[in-house]
Design a protein around this ligand. Structure first.
Ligand code: HEM
Length: 536
């Protein structure tokens, strides 16, 4: 009889073969062709050379060879889940976005949490900022709130982002350290960047070693604008508040967990959702006018500043529940693409210079990471509302304009395709500008230490000790003493006792002078900034 498989064919030579003959579904190639033997490649004789004509072998190996896509240039290590956002308090009086208007409306969502500096395989408990990126599939298109678990950022202007990330990630010659902040380059950079020191205080606090992804806050950080039907604007800052409470681990615990279970956070999230213990976050907004903003003792367009809740309270307007694990990590979590410029009509940017750089960067990197302009066809990125435009073709294009018309204006009557709709479309706030075109940093961005001090003093004594311990530990890893000294001279601008404690811990003399700075102001402390004061 004629052999019916490669295995059988080769078996005629008296060789023994493993087969998948007990499989209940027939294995096929990517082309759907049934595979009879996936254990042995086609050879000229049992001990002869492997034949190029074996398309099964070639397909299996070429596909494997192409499994990897570039990991994200930052936030490479992440974990995602599906959920739903429900609005409980309408903002329709100040915002025309449907997602923030209709109380009770449920909007599907996808969330990806991440660390920033580590590579895709780095451990979960690194001391690092956590990404908190939310995609809401609204009726008016996708709204991405791409935030972190800390309400401020290291830098004020996006032009510094590549330097920040180069300094934070592994050093280019030796490729370490990977995910810890403890290294020369980061501290060299931070010690030369006064604007970073508010965020450095948060980074050295318990916030950067969270107990669980479920016990973190999330922040949109920038001021955004809400626009009403008439184009009137209200500034807004977004907050996610975990109903699970805020919790962190101790540094010694983090080190042990990283060794024992580098997947600690993703396992915890998966298990909670799988067992029906769905994590919930309330969405809060701080709403303020141009006049309110003018009264703040700092510039709200500066992402190194937060607005204390004592000055502008957080109003809870909805909640987000994560209720479904992904079925395919790669398809969803790895290929999800967030961008700060994805926002429905009624939500708009402020003039934060960090935000404007982000609006460019995310799409740009995704064009490379996801292989071209059609990544919105990947289900996790696809809007859940109708998409109609005249864009077409390109790698992996799954949809094209329907019919013959792929341009407008056109005069094809019933076949004309979609039309612009001024009543529904996006509008930008009609801001006025009055300065010359120049590369400049606003003077209103120049107080770098007042809020750093406010944060420190808002912490409970044990949390303050942790900050001192973390600074001492991290700086003790820095090999150059001049960098250590420069770092401590920033602390002198924040808190003399902290500077003395850290200098003492490092066995060095306290620097004689603080880094030159504009005079700081004493801001009231805030019990909202302490994890312990906010415990579950
Ligand atoms: C990725 C947050 C500033 C460029 C991310 C992610 C988060 C995030 C959460 C991961 C998204 C995901 O899970 O897929 C933030 C926050 C910032 C900030 C809160 C400041 C407030 C910046 C700046 C730039 C930038 C200033 C560039 C100028 C990127 C890039 C990615 C990324 C290129 C990778 C995106 C991808 O591959 O899909 N950021 N980021 N970020 N961020 Fe940022």
């Amino acid at each position: 009889d004629a052999p019916t498989s490669y295995a059988e064919a080769q078996g005629q030579g008296g060789e023994t073969h493993q087969t998948t003959s007990d499989a209940t579904m027939t294995l096929t190639s990517q082309q759907g062709i049934p595979v009879g033997d996936a254990q042995n490649s086609l050879r000229a004789g049992p001990r002869g050379p492997t034949l190029l004509e074996d398309f099964q072998l070639r397909e299996k190996i070429f596909h494997f060879d192409h499994e990897r896509i570039p990991e994200r240039v930052v936030h490479a290590r992440g974990y995602g889940a599906h959920g739903v956002f429900e609005l409980t308090d309408s903002l329709s009086d100040i915002c025309r976005a449907n997602v923030l208007g209709e109380v009770g409306q449920q909007t599907e969502a996808f969330v990806r949490f991440s660390t920033v500096a580590g590579s895709k395989g780095s451990p979960d408990l690194a001391r690092d900022v956590r990404g908190f990126a939310v995609k809401m599939y609204t009726r008016e298109g996708n709204w991405d709130l791409v935030g972190n678990n800390i309400p401020v950022f290291f830098i004020q202007d996006a032009i510094k982002f590549p330097d920040l990330i180069h300094a934070v990630k592994e050093e280019p010659d030796r490729a370490f350290p990977q995910a810890q902040s403890a290294h020369d380059n980061f501290w060299d950079f931070a010690s030369l960047m006064p604007e970073a020191w508010h965020m450095v205080m948060w980074q050295m606090s318990d916030r950067t070693i969270p107990r669980s992804l479920r016990t973190m806050e999330g922040f949109g950080i920038h001021s955004f604008r809400l626009l009403d039907q008439d184009g009137n604007s209200t500034f807004v800052k977004f907050h996610w508040k975990p109903r699970q409470g805020l919790q962190s681990v101790l540094w010694n615990e983090a080190v042990k967990i990283n060794g024992a279970d580098p997947d600690f956070h993703r396992r915890d999230m998966w298990d909670a959702i799988e067992s029906g213990d769905f994590p919930v976050w309330d969405l809060g907004v701080q709403l303020f006018s141009e006049e309110d903003a003018a009264k703040l003792p700092f510039d709200h367009l500066d992402s190194t500043k937060l607005i204390p809740e004592e000055l502008i309270p957080v109003r809870i307007i909805g909640n987000l529940t994560l209720n479904r694990n992904v079925e395919n990590f790669f398809a969803s979590t790895e290929q999800v693409a967030f961008c700060t410029s994805n926002m429905p009509p009624g939500i708009d940017f402020s003039d934060d210079p960090l935000l404007h750089g982000r609006n460019f960067s995310y799409l740009d990197t995704q064009l490379k990471r996801l292989g071209g302009p059609n990544f919105t066809h990947i289900p996790v990125n696809a809007p859940r509302c109708p998409v109609m435009n005249f864009q077409q073709d390109g790698h992996m294009a799954m949809t094209n304009p329907k019919g013959r018309v792929n341009y407008e204006p056109n005069s094809w009557g019933a076949e004309a395709g979609p039309r612009e709709n001024p009543a529904r479309g996006t509008t930008s706030f009609a801001a006025g500008f009055d300065g010359p075109k120049q590369r400049v940093r606003s003077e209103s961005f120049s107080d770098h230490y007042s809020q750093a001090r406010q944060f420190l003093r808002s912490q409970q004594p044990i949390e303050q000790k942790h900050i001192g311990d973390a600074l001492t530990f991290e700086l003790s890893k820095v090999t150059r003493v001049d960098i250590r000294a420069r770092a401590v001279s920033h602390l002198l601008n924040i808190d003399a006792d902290l500077a003395a404690t850290v200098a003492d811990g490092l066995g060095m003399a306290l620097p004689e002078a603080a880094v030159a700075a504009k005079p700081t102001i004493d801001l009231p402390t805030s019990d909202k900034l302490s994890i312990l004061a906010n415990g579950p």
